[in-house]
Write a protein that binds this ligand. Structure first.
Ligand code: NAD
Ligand code: UDP
Length: 323
């Protein structure tokens, strides 16, 4: 799918100073789009986009999207990536998370209607909760505890999807919805508690690797460059329903420990033989997760290209040099 169509277009990236948002801003600029990054730095940081500050076509607007805000000038796209995303972040910020997934998404949809721009929602595999269907197809309705410790995030994203399709049905908004599965890479916050930055920081500090429960729960990890490519292909496609974008290679967390150790060994990092220490299994932590990406394959012609081995090596090397 030709992303050249993005050249000369103008996009607002809400949450653009976060991990995924900053990679998206960078790629959009490479494709010669103009980018307005909107962020209040709640879980992101200005330094994530500092290098983009001098690039042609980039501007920064510090704003909380849960409050009324506007972007001056025309827009072709509004990409909504604003939300705490790690279990530690949203446990600390449950009300902010629900607000950004409700008021924030409504404000973003209003902006896109005012500007006649296409709206793009960053949703998540968490809408499937602790899934009873495996792998997860887009048609699966999910298994979410509405009052559990993860509900502020899961239900906010389910509401955000519902609000997005309501704007399509009732207001004629043009919308795209991606369900992102665990994505990793440079610029994650080392202390955000997600398993990749947790293992990377433990390894670099020579600490034990904390495995929650017996480590038999599974996840499927997608490298950020692959994820961004899938996101942009969906953005420019005609597909209006939610679509999974993630890497279908599934590992138990214990297998993931091995993969991280191998990457560390290849780089000659001191913590490569770090031991594992088990910690209690978090309540409602999904026991299995793997995307069915048949739709992304057939409709977008997309599938991940970066192997876990290459992605982990690049990520570890980046943190070694920047942490
Ligand atoms: P992140 O925390 O690095 O980025 C989120 C960004 O949103 C931060 O820069 C934060 O400051 C900003 N933000 C939060 N509340 C805001 C508000 N009220 N106003 C303005 N900005 C606000 O997280 P991420 O991993 O980059 O996730 C980005 C998006 O992708 C989120 O919507 C998340 O739900 C979704 N997602 C990510 C993953 C993943 O594996 N990284 C998986 C599924 C979904
Ligand atoms: N996990 C772990 N040790 C950690 C952090 C996470 O074993 O230090 C596990 C966690 O229980 C989950 C998986 O790794 O089963 C992925 O967790 P993460 O927070 O990265 O993402 P999510 O649970 O949102 O998929």
């Amino acid at each position: 799918m030709a992303l050249e169509i993005l050249a000369g277009k103008r996009a607002a990236v809400l949450g653009g100073a976060g991990f995924l948002g900053s990679h998206l801003c960078e790629r959009l600029l490479e494709l010669r789009a103009e980018v307005v990054c909107v962020d209040n730095f709640l879980t992101g940081a200005a330094r994530n986009v500092a290098a983009l500050g001098s690039r042609k076509g980039f501007s920064m607007l510090e704003a909380d999207v849960t409050e009324p805000f506007d972007v001056t000038g025309p827009l072709d796209y509004v990409l909504d990536f604003a939300s705490p995303a790690s279990p530690i972040d949203y446990a600390k910020l449950p009300i902010e998370t629900l607000r950004v997934g409700s008021r924030g998404v409504e404000n973003a949809l209003e902006l896109s209607v005012r500007k006649k721009a296409r709206f793009f929602l960053a949703s998540t595999s968490e809408v499937y909760g602790d899934p009873t269907e495996h792998p997860q197809r887009e048609e699966y309705f999910g298994n979410v505890n509405p009052v559990g410790p993860r509900s502020c995030y899961d239900e906010a994203k389910r509401f955000a999807e519902a609000m997005t399709v309501a704007y399509r049905r009732a207001r004629g908004a043009e919308v795209r919805i991606v369900r992102i599965f665990n994505t990793y890479g440079p610029r994650m916050r080392l202390n955000d508690g997600r398993v990749v930055p947790a293992f990377v920081s433990q390894l670099l500090r020579g600490e034990e690797l904390t495995v929650f429960g017996d480590g038999q729960q599974t996840r499927s990890f997608c490298y950020v460059a692959d994820e961004v490519e899938g996101i942009l292909r969906l953005l420019v496609s005609d597909y209006e329903a939610p679509m999974n974008v993630g890497n279908p290679r599934e590992l138990t967390i214990l297998e993931f420990v091995e993969a991280v150790r191998r990457a560390a060994r290849e780089l000659g990092l001191p913590g490569a033989n770090a031991k594992v220490v088990h910690r209690p299994f978090p309540e409602n932590d999904p026991k299995q997760r793997r995307p069915d990406i048949a739709k992304a394959r057939s409709i977008l012609g997309w599938e991940p290209k970066v192997s876990l081995e290459d992605g982990l090596r690049d990520t570890l090397a980046w943190f070694r040099d920047h942490a």
